[in-house]
Design a protein around this ligand. Sequence first.
Ligand code: NAD
Length: 295
Amino acid sequence: MNIGFIGLGAMGYPMSHLLAAAGHTVTVMDLNSEATARFVAEHPGAKVAGALNDFAEANIVITMLPNSDVVDSVVLGGEKAGLVSILKKGSAVIDMSSSEPLRSKALFEKLTEQGLDYLDAPVSGGVKRAVDGTLAIMIGGPENLVAKYRPVLEILGKNLTHVGPSGAGHAMKALNNYVSAAGLAAVAEALRAGEAFGLDPAVMTAVLNSSTGKNNTTENKVVPFMLSGKYNSGFSMELMVKDIGIAIKLGESMHSPMDVGQSVLSSWRDANQTLGKGADHTEMYRYVEVKRSKQ
Ligand code: NAD
């Protein structure tokens, strides 16, 4: 198939690689010309799209972009035409970014009116699982479209779940990341408090992992990214703040309590502001220490 891929960042680059390695003709686009040049140098047969018009012959265009504003700008267009008026009927947009559920629903409706397919199919698992092709993928959209595009998504992920109609994938993703962010912040605070008391954070992590406090952070993030001081998970703090914000907005619009969520959001926002642009989300552990040292 002829697959367009927009957004060759930490996640999009390895995902595009897997599609090319599976034999698809991949056309890539990114604001970062170094990333697109590297991709075509590494993948003979791949092409760079200089403009959205270069996707006119694509069967599918996958977006892996920072947020809904950017996704809307490429799908709906602004001063220049967007994919909605460029793609040929019967082709598809699959948004794998972590976007806003209500805006995804709106995109589905607009694209359907034009005879185009749309799925929201955000992912979880981070850069490592993007490289391995073992991402968890949560899909929102009609059953027939999920079945139609499942073979392509199976190249990228191993745990594919059709979670509901259009927008449901993005709702699920934001709620997942809220839970993950709450767990990570709790672990960072507990480790720093324990350290101040005289506990060894490595010993604490081992005990948490054999006790009821175990979570994804204690199992997969503390040792490689926090205690090592590397903070190089590949998922930025800025993107985490965006995801928690989407989850809290969703909860509030459903009149569902988000008391813990409000506190988690404010803590992550403050961490992001304190550490500045470019911080990795695992630097929450560093932020807690910065905050403690000021008290
Ligand atoms: P990233 O910042 O590394 O990559 C985003 C890419 O989009 C960049 O290369 C940027 O140049 C490009 N871009 C921005 N605006 C553009 C535009 N208008 N046209 C073309 N390219 C444009 O981000 P990432 O970590 O790869 O995340 C991408 C999406 O996946 C986000 O929605 C994020 O929340 C989600 N996500 C990330 C992870 C992770 O571990 N990094 C995990 C799951 C989901």
